[in-house]
Ligand binder design. Structure first.
Ligand code: BG6
Ligand code: MG
Length: 218
């Protein structure tokens, strides 16, 4: 079956925001009196803000009241927003514009499928918003990846059957969500970590245009 629509995750696929999420979570952890390492931050990829805080508090062995939990969610996001405020085109990951241009020139529908509630402002800051025919983000879903909801909504908005959609993802939960949606999953990152993906590339510089044309014209 040929592919007729493309869905991109945001964080780790289009821009490297994991480092900013990490700095904001580490600041909160330090304020609460414990360390938070880059390795632990790996667990946060593709995971909702709420779930990240639950994991962080588990790491620190901290039990929070609902008020504290809500306050720390806001605090982390305010710090994160300060980091992304300074973002510009230079933070777009290598060859992302090349792939987007290729699809746009052929009028192939493109959607964003992200867990982040900050997806739109980030796309605006890096000037990529206009490429997307549909945006589905953390504000639109009730079920987190690996649930396929985010990608199924994206397919619906693009008026394309799930089996004709391809998903680019850097998170294990995201690859599982794409597979659960019966879409073609393409891992962007380490193949050992993203072993459940149907195809794998270290980054977009490794993925040839020939690979894309092959999928579209099949
Ligand atoms: C995902 C990131 O894209 O969005 C996660 O990979 C992050 O690390 C999640 O926790 C939610 O992001 P935000 O911007 O709504 O806090
Ligand atoms: Mg991601």
């Amino acid at each position: 079956m040929s592919i007729s629509a493309f869905i991109f995750d945001l964080d780790g696929v289009i821009v490297d925001t994991a480092k900013y999420h990490y700095l904001a979570w580490r600041k909160l952890a330090n304020e609460l009196g414990f360390e938070f390492t880059k390795e632990q931050n790996e667990l946060f990829k593709g995971v909702s803000r709420k779930r990240c805080l639950e994991i962080l508090l588990d790491i620190g062995g901290i039990t929070a009241t609902q008020d504290q939990f809500d306050k720390w969610m806001v605090e982390k996001n305010e710090d994160y927003l300060e980091y992304i405020e300074k973002m510009d085109e230079s933070e777009i990951l290598p060859d992302v514009p090349k792939v987007l241009d290729f699809l746009k020139e052929r009028n192939i529908p493109i959607a964003l499928g992200s867990a982040s509630k900050n997806a739109r402002p980030i796309l605006e800051k890096v000037h990529l918003l206009s490429y997307f025919d549909a945006i589905v983000d953390g504000n639109d879903v009730t079920k987190a990846k690996p649930d396929p909801e985010v990608f199924l909504i994206a397919a619906r908005k693009l008026k394309t059957a799930p089996e004709k959609c391809l998903v680019f993802e850097d998170a294990v939960a995201g690859i599982q969500a794409a597979n659960n949606a019966k879409m073609l999953s393409v891992g962007i990152g380490h193949p050992d970590i993203l072993s459940e993906a149907q195809y794998n590339f270290k980054d977009f510089t490794e993925m040839s245009i020939k690979f894309l044309t092959g999928l579209i014209s099949k």
